[in-house]
Design a protein around this ligand. Structure first.
Ligand SMILES: [Zn+2]
Length: 54
């Protein structure tokens, strides 16, 4: 299993990695463009490199 990398949808800055099985909602401020992003994580096996949606 590999970690999932979450990217900013606006500037494609790499935001953070999550481990498989992580679920729930995360709110994060992009360190580059400073927009607030909300990420909803699915079941681990469905996660893949992911552009955060607002
Ligand atoms: Zn950004």
């Amino acid at each position: 299993m590999t970690a999932t990398t979450i990217y900013c949808r606006y500037c494609h800055q790499r935001l953070f990695d999550i481990v498989p099985g992580t679920r729930g909602r995360i709110e994060i401020k992009c360190s580059r463009c400073r927009k607030i992003l909300r990420v909803t994580l699915m079941d681990g096996e469905k996660n893949k490199d992911y552009l955060a949606k607002e």
